[in-house]
Write a new protein. Structure first.
Lengths: 436, 692
């Protein structure tokens, strides 16, 4: 009896873990590991952390050199996402290292990485693995003498403002970020060979990355709009990564600072940082821009059952339902650029689907007059959205012998000749036998 | 500890960079708005009495008027706690603390009950925290009810038993069986002892007080220090359970020190620098995002503001950026940590150093003018020797009344980083293409760097490009900005950046294309030119497009380096693809239907000709058998032939080969039989005719 009740208690204790673990039906992350250099960051960045907590995320704060640090146990990941706010860490504690972080992302988990001017090689290497290269000069900061924040205490123009956002409602939400974002930190550039990295916040053309204290003798490595302040990666497995060179970007201080851009009369009581980090964290934690496609269906026009095979030149109707995860439920996804391909080695038909506004996308077209094994393919890649890639195989056969046209007018003279010939033969056979 | 220390250092460094080196701002409105955000109500009240006290105390210190109204809810839970007999001294302590601000009415009977239970708790206390809560509770009751006559029976005995927890280094233990000493406990102990002193019915032994004074100065010897002069207390992290962190530890020590200084008459001898260092520590934290940290910071600053040891004065600048062109004046404010006005004093500018150089001071020592209305110390005109650039100014604060020097501490000298900015004059800017060997100017263009330019040049690899301009400060001196870049951008977005060097006022860059062809990846074509001149001290930093240059470079040799990959525009990468529709094979061409039908008509003509020919020949049926049996067979034979032909017809119309063959095989047998009978009859008839 006691062992039974013990078992029951054990099951109960497992219950929250089972409930909160990641599942494809509700893709929002639940368990987040936050790595800090120091616990005082909890207090200095509390507004950001509180906004995450209020959205239902379980934050587990650990020091980055905690010897018990581990991302997985018994082959199961303990967390859905990782926030690395420990720029100066040279070596993680426990079993965590560069490879473990990369494996974590490779298995579809999310990552927020913030560095600053103290960024260690470890942090820079993680960023490099994700397709983002921080400035190699460790004393360099982003300086902008044209778009800096006017402030009474700061004269070095390293507290810069930027409002060069990526144009994507999926990443930054539908609310327009009015106030510019304050940034103080180091520059990075996105790897041109990596097509998955996106610059979300770029520096202005007059920015450059250099040490503000020393004179510049050689041109800086990173200048102008090539400097990315905040970048995101959406991996092919829909793992999402956000990388920035400024830990201060998330700090209460910058979230609450009034901001005025140099050379501009617009004053804002609050910088755009709060909205920016909230919205982008929603994207990173799959509260937005996560799509699923279900009920891929195709029919011959006029029929109700899905055929196992099409004949060339059949008319068919194709439909698929696409939903977007809103953080709580699956909402219909509305767009006008979803396309279907009828594909064999290369697309034979590529058609934009029309939608009913409730998540259903459909199109109808004629099967090409080429037979073989085709696929219906929906490859949907949109800026900021999880990519959809689904396909369904379907064979296409040629006409059967009795499906060709039977009475061709052009052939009537031949038929006529045969039949008159036959009639002649019939008459001749009678007359030949009985004529006298 | 090292870990958290390092972390805190990082945080402080970050803050100190932002707050401009070693200058600290007093508490301002950002703290007030943060307080309202941090202390938020949960269903109309705070979660615990401790939190209620912290919130109320913070609002009180910051003087926040528009605070949430919690008095009634707080009073209810205070009277519940006070009235309940099961309340621990800790509960009572926080209830009374909250009440000290909320000012609720406590029932006379309840208050008597608490006094006796707290008195019992004091006598039964065994650990430092027990003493702290019970003594603290009694002190609070004494303060709140004027008529209550509360005394500790054996004040000296209690004092000694608390003192027993002290250690030789000035730190204290939590209990006698816990060997760990901590500075946090020292703060608590000081506060408790101060309470005991105020509760004592008679004067305590002065030797006890003086040993305590020694403990305090020993405690301050163990103070820890950051590079920027801020001081703090921290405990060694042993098991982490009782570890508090530097903020709460330092706050606790300050609270204890203030309470202790308030009840003793003598002077506690502490260097003013240490108090100032502690003040800088709390101000350097900025605005904590945690309600508890926030309370610790504000409470400690309030202790600093009102303590009897020495009150720190903080020098702050209204703006560290001063424009020469706009004739900004240097404004300095001296306040207490919470931002209230300082006593009469004078501020002197004793030195100004160009940052990065260790030269002698650029200015004479001079006094700043005090403006009564705004409370600012102002230096209206910057000395001639101060040009645009970044400087470190050194200020000295001198109190006017010698009496004040005992109360206030100002620190000897305060260094402040100052950025002096101004409009930089740009002159003689021109761009020219030179012939390489002779250096003769081929085409020269004046530029207006403040306005728009659209220069259009062309050059080949044997020529040079020269860009030159002059920069001078408002005071007419040479100026070397941090950022002077000439950027050339090819049509394919490959960029090349050159630093424009200077000699004195003149800036010049000469691009010798012969040496640059490799760097330019042999890319001929149009290059856009862009000049960026910027500096922290330059108010008119500029980024101008100069125009473009058409470069004619030689063909790339085979092993030339390829230009680097340029990032693809993400918007173009993701758009929808062009639609594809399948082109069906065109059906074969057919003649018009009428033509086919006409030929169909033509095919009937031979049959008609045949029939007409037969009629002309005069065919007859005289040979048809006359006897009924052969006649039947003959009819069946021809019906059979007709059926076969009809079958062909059906084969054409709808039957398939197998159905046709089936019927043909039956008909065939039938035909052979009847055909044979008919033909043999006809043969017999014709043989009979021949023989006859």
């Amino acid at each position: 009896m006691r062992s039974l009740s013990f078992f029951f208690v054990f099951l109960l204790s497992l219950f929250p873990i089972l409930c909160f673990s990641f599942n494809p039906e509700s893709p929002t992350d639940r368990r987040v590991l936050v790595l800090l250099d120091d616990f005082s960051l909890k207090s200095s960045h509390s507004i950001f952390f509180n906004s995450l907590k209020s959205r239902g995320l379980n934050l587990d704060f650990k020091l980055s050199d905690d010897p018990s640090l581990s991302l997985q146990r018994y082959g199961q990941y303990l967390y859905d996402a990782l926030i690395i706010f420990s720029p100066s860490t040279e070596k993680f504690g426990g079993s965590l290292d560069l490879a473990a972080v990369i494996d974590f992302v490779d298995s579809g988990h999310d990552l927020i990485l913030a560095a600053d001017s103290t960024a260690s090689d470890l942090i820079k290497n993680i960023a490099t693995e994700c397709g983002v290269d921080f400035d190699e000069d460790s004393s360099a900061m982003v300086i902008d003498h044209k778009s800096y924040a006017i402030s009474g205490t700061e004269g070095e123009h390293t507290l810069i403002v930027s409002d060069d956002f990526i144009q994507s409602d999926a990443i930054l939400g539908e609310t327009k970020i009015e106030a510019p974002v304050l940034f103080k930190g180091i520059a990075h550039s996105v790897n041109a060979a990596n097509s998955l990295v996106l610059k979300v916040l770029s520096a202005s053309p007059s920015a450059y990355s250099a040490n503000p204290e020393s004179k510049l003798l050689s041109p800086p490595l990173l200048t102008g709009s090539a400097i990315s302040l905040v970048s995101v990666v959406q991996a092919r497995n829909n793992a999402r990564i956000m990388i920035t060179g400024s830990l201060d970007l998330f700090s209460n201080r910058l979230l609450r600072t009034a901001v005025q851009k140099s050379g501009s009369q617009d004053k804002y009581d609050k910088s755009g940082n709060e909205l920016f980090v909230t919205e982008i964290s929603k994207w990173v934690f799959h509260e937005r821009g996560h799509l699923k496609a279900v009920n891929l269906r195709h029919l011959r026009v006029g029929e109700t059952d899905e055929p196992a095979m099409y004949r060339i030149k059949d008319d068919l109707k194709f439909s698929v339902e696409i939903y977007e995860w809103s953080g709580k439920s699956w909402e219909p996804y509305v767009a006008d650029d979803v396309q279907v391909q009828f594909y064999m080695m290369s697309p034979y038909v590529l058609k934009t689907l029309s939608t009913n506004g409730k998540g259903l996308y459909h199109a109808s077209f004629k099967v090409p007059d080429v037979y073989g094994v085709f696929q219906f393919k929906v490859d949907y890649h949109r800026l900021g959205y999880a990519s959809l890639s689904l396909s369904k195989q379907i064979p296409v056969r040629p006409f059967r012998h009795n499906e060709y046209e039977r009475f061709i007018t052009t052939a009537f003279p031949y038929y006529g000749a045969s039949f008159t010939m036959m009639a002649g033969f019939f008459i001749f056979s009678i007359l030949f036998l009985y004529n006298k | 500890m090292a870990r958290s220390l390092a972390g805190f250092l990082v945080l402080l460094l970050v803050i100190s960079i932002c707050e401009a080196a070693s200058l600290f701002q007093p508490i301002s409105d950002s703290h007030r708005s943060a307080a309202l955000e941090l202390f938020t109500l949960d269903h109309g009240s705070f979660k615990s009495l401790e939190e209620t006290y912290e919130a109320l105390r913070t609002f009180q210190i910051l003087g926040i008027e528009k605070k949430p109204d919690v008095t009634s809810a707080a009073c209810r839970s205070i009277s519940e706690t006070v009235g309940s007999s099961s309340s621990t001294p800790k509960d009572l302590f926080y209830a009374l603390k909250a009440n000290s601000i909320a000012q609720c009415k406590i029932h006379e009977k309840a208050s008597k009950g608490i006094i006796s239970s707290l008195n019992a708790a004091v006598s039964g206390a065994s650990s430092l925290l027990d003493f702290y809560y019970s003594v603290g509770g009694l002190v609070l009751i004494k303060d709140q009810s004027s008529n209550a006559d509360i005394h500790l029976a054996d004040a000296e005995g209690v004092f000694r038993s608390v003192k027993a927890f002290s250690q030789s280094d000035g730190r204290w233990r939590y209990s006698s069986n816990n060997p760990e000493s901590s500075a946090f406990a020292a703060g608590i102990a000081l506060e408790t002892l101060a309470g005991i002193v105020s509760l004592a019915s008679s004067e305590l032994d002065q030797s006890l007080i003086s040993t305590l004074r020694n403990d305090v100065s020993k405690l301050f010897d163990s103070i820890e220090k950051y590079d920027d002069g801020t001081l703090y207390f921290d405990d060694k992290l042993v098991d982490g359970r009782e570890y508090q962190g530097p903020l709460s530890t330092t706050s606790s020590v300050l609270r204890g020190l203030t309470a202790f200084a308030a009840v003793t008459t003598g002077n506690i001898n502490l260097p003013g620098d240490k108090i100032l260092g502690l003040a800088k520590f709390f101000l350097g934290i900025g605005v904590p995002g945690d309600a508890k940290d926030f309370f610790y910071q504000i409470d400690a600053l309030a202790c600093l503001e009102s303590n009897r040891v020495s009150i720190p004065l903080i020098l702050s600048l209204s703006s560290a950026v001063i424009s020469v062109t706009k004739k900004d004046s240097l404004k300095v404010r001296v306040t207490t940590v919470l931002g209230s006005n300082a006593p009469p004093l004078t501020v002197k500018l004793v030195g100004a150093f160009s940052s990065g150089s260790k030269d002698a001071s650029l200015v004479e020592s001079q006094e700043l003018k005090f403006d009564q209305g705004s409370g600012l110390h102002i230096l209206n005109d910057l000395p001639e020797s101060i040009d645009v650039g970044s400087y470190t100014f050194v200020f000295e604060v001198v109190l006017q009344e010698p009496e004040d020097e005992k109360v206030y501490v100002t620190g000897s000298q305060t260094k402040a980083p100052i950025f002096v900015t101004g409009l930089i004059k740009i002159e003689n800017s021109e761009i020219a293409v030179l012939d390489s060997d002779l250096g003769s100017v081929e085409s020269q263009n004046k530029l207006d760097l403040a306005g728009k330019n659209a220069v259009s040049l062309s050059a080949n690899h044997l020529q040079k490009l020269r860009l030159s301009f002059q920069l001078s400060t408002p005071r007419g001196r040479a100026f070397k900005p941090h950022q002077t870049f000439l950027k050339l951008r090819h049509e394919s977005k490959v960029e090349h950046i050159f630093v424009v060097g200077n000699s004195g006022k003149k800036f010049e860059v000469v691009l010798n294309f012969l040496g640059l062809v490799e760097k330019f990846y042999y890319l001929s074509g149009k290059y856009d030119m862009e000049l960026t001149v910027g500096d922290a001290a330059m108010e008119n930093s500029l980024l101008v497009a100069i125009g473009h240059i058409e470069l004619d470079l030689p063909e790339a040799p085979e092993k030339a380096p390829r230009p680097p990959l340029q990032p693809v525009d993400p918007y173009s990468r993701y758009g929808p693809k062009a639609e594809i529709t399948h082109i069906f094979r065109a059906p074969e061409k057919r003649p018009p239907q009428e033509l086919s039908l006409a030929f169909l008509g033509l095919t009937i003509l031979p049959l008609l000709g045949f029939l007409i020919g037969l009629l002309r020949l005069g065919v007859n049926m005289k040979n048809f058998p006359t006897k009924p049996v052969p006649a039947t067979f003959a009819i069946l034979f021809h019906v059979g032939i007709g059926a076969v032909l009809l079958l062909y017809m059906f084969f054409w119309l709808k039957l398939d080969l197998f159905q046709t063959l089936k019927v043909v095989s039956l008909l065939g047998v039938f035909l052979v039989f009847v055909g044979h009978r008919t033909l043999s009859h006809l043969a017999a008839a014709s043989a009979k005719l021949k023989s006859a």
